[in-house]
Design a binder for this molecule. Sequence first.
Ligand code: BV8
Ligand code: ZN
Length: 249
Amino acid sequence: MTFSDTLKARIQTAQSVCVLTGAGISAESGVPTFRGEEGLWKKFKPEELANFQAFIRNPDLVWEWYAYRRKLIHEVKPNPGHVALVELERRVKEFTLVTQNVDNLHRRAGSQSVVELHGNIERSYCIECKTVVSELNLDALNRAPRCERCGGLIRPDVVWFGEMLPVEAFSKAEAAALRCDVFLCVGTSAVVYPAASLPITALDQGAYIVEINREYTDLSSRAHETLIGKAGEILPALLRQINFQQRGS
Ligand code: BV8
Ligand code: ZN
């Protein structure tokens, strides 16, 4: 696999790198994506499951869907794509990993600076008193549990459609996009906002935008480079071809 001299030079000399990942980086771990052929949304529509009204209308169905995904995530492990980003984080002076994924695989791979834009499926909280619940053996339940303190419904701590992203997380992500020299956009269909606005924010301030995906997306026409292929193959190959020793001062 060959990479452009520009790309290698840009990463080699970058003071600051920002990476945005989507479901595609976890696909090779065995976690289904949302919008692909085998995607999670094929059976269910986002509006049926990933929104608060759907949860209130049918808490057990939504809860069961997340319990299924949590169980799946406990059975998989990070793949070489996640691991390559841990290596990149070690090599670059300033590195921010922003993820739309709620599967915790970046942290399990060893990434330190993970900004979770859409929450984390391993955390849950009560919709009434907001008590965070984690000790529940969540997978075993296929009914939405009730809060021991107030009896309120317990929901997954993920961002649903129509819900605001965690303010601190999004401002951290935006600050990184505004500062970076290179922005890598890995395994996302780039259709969900405001996450999908981040590569454009980086582009507008002069960063070099590189997309890694199995197919072209809405972002491809704006990116400087689109590398078509699997993230778990491209990222390790790219890291192997960059000579970080030659870093400038
Ligand atoms: C908000 C829940 C505002 C967690 C998710 C019209 C226009 C623009 C925007 C909107 C609009 N109407 C509504 C909106 C806003 C809406 C939105 O963007 N909708 C889109 C769909 C049009 N956004 C929101 O509602 C957000 N909130 O805007 O609030 C607001 C303002 C004021 C006051 C109140 C509110 C909230 C967005 C978060 C929604 N939550 N999920 C969960 O259950 O996981 S979205 C869901 O999509 C996931 O979170 C996921 O992270 C996200 C993005 O999907 P991807 O990660 O990109 O995955 P996908 O399957 O799509 O693509 C995978 C890609 O990987 C593919 O391209 C594939 O080719 C590639 N791939 C596959 N294998 C590999 C690979 N690449 C490399 N290697 C491989 N091996
Ligand atoms: Zn409660």
